[in-house]
Design a protein around this ligand. Structure first.
Ligand code: FE
Ligand code: FE
Ligand code: ZN
Length: 280
């Protein structure tokens, strides 16, 4: 089954996002629970949640993916910023319990000069604090491009964080693979996809791969930049992206576009990808 969607605005609640998803041909979507800059969370209305859950069931939606605010940095040098990350993370996970059995993705963070060896235990400490809130949610670390001092641009770094966190069963803690980010980080998913997925499986385990961000990239392979491009217009290219979504190891994993598009652009990309997907 191809669960394919895109990032949607959460200005009008869950049912509205579900309806927008249907309009663009999606059967999953990504959203923010609060302003992406980290402001106040949207109120959760139980009637809205119930209407969404019915819509999702009636239309065979895959799991939906909440994205943590960009300002959440669990390995900031600044203790107040880490505390803010802990509070927002815990509060978001409490809210996810209203829509059980879905996914919550966060960026491991930027160590801003402290170094990875200081950053990794800080990320683990916050995960150990907040994971008990995630009773029915799978928490995902996103694969990063490695721009600046980003942590999580290698599978080994992600595996280290996951393996040292307490609540780390594969259905509790996993990974969201971003195609633009991994390509920029030096994983050649266009020419060596089998090898990259074998490497992922060996180091992290494919059973922990719960979500995919599908983006082309404005920058070249191994650039350590993070510039998303529309599908087919970047350095990954249309053919490679189509091979990627059809890889047998990636079947049934929800895929969300984060390409620079408005809704009509997303609809066109979803249509293109569905037209080139082989059910097996
Ligand atoms: Fe992200
Ligand atoms: Fe992403
Ligand atoms: Zn990105």
């Amino acid at each position: 089954m191809l669960y394919l969607g895109c990032h949607l605005s959460n200005s009008a609640g869950f049912e509205a996002m579900g309806k927008t998803a249907l309009k663009v041909g999606a059967n999953t979507f990504q959203f923010f629970l609060r302003n992406p800059r980290g402001g106040a969370a949207k109120d959760i209305n139980p009637d809205d949640v119930a209407a969404f859950l019915k819509l999702a069931k009636d239309n065979n939606f895959g799991k939906i993916l909440a994205h943590a605010p960009y300002t959440l940095n669990p390995c900031s040098k600044d203790a107040n910023t880490r505390d803010f990350a802990r509070q927002v993370f815990a509060d978001d996970l409490k809210r996810m319990e209203y829509i059980p059995h879905n996914l919550y993705n966060f960026h491991p963070g930027s160590h801003v000069g402290q170094g990875v060896t200081v950053a990794v235990p800080q990320i683990i400490e916050i995960l150990d604090d907040v994971m008990p809130e995630a009773k029915n949610t799978t928490v995902l670390l996103e694969t990063m491009s490695g721009k600046g001092s980003e942590v999580g641009s290698t599978f080994e770094e992600l595996a280290e964080i996951i393996s040292r966190t307490k609540n780390n069963a594969p259905n509790q803690l996993g990974v969201c693979l971003d195609t633009c980010h991994v390509f920029s980080a030096g994983y050649d998913i266009i020419n060596r996809l089998d090898e990259v997925l074998e490497h992922f499986d060996r180091v992290i385990g494919l059973e922990r791969l719960h979500a995919i961000h599908l983006n082309d990239s404005m920058t070249e392979f191994n650039s350590h930049k993070d510039r998303h491009e529309k599908i087919g217009l970047g350095s990954l290219g249309k053919d490679g992206i189509i091979r990627f979504i059809n890889h047998p190891a990636l079947k049934n994993i929800p895929i969300n576009l984060e390409t620079p598009n408005e809704l009509d652009g997303y609809a066109a990309e979803i249509d293109l990808l569905r037209g080139n997907y082989k059910e097996c």
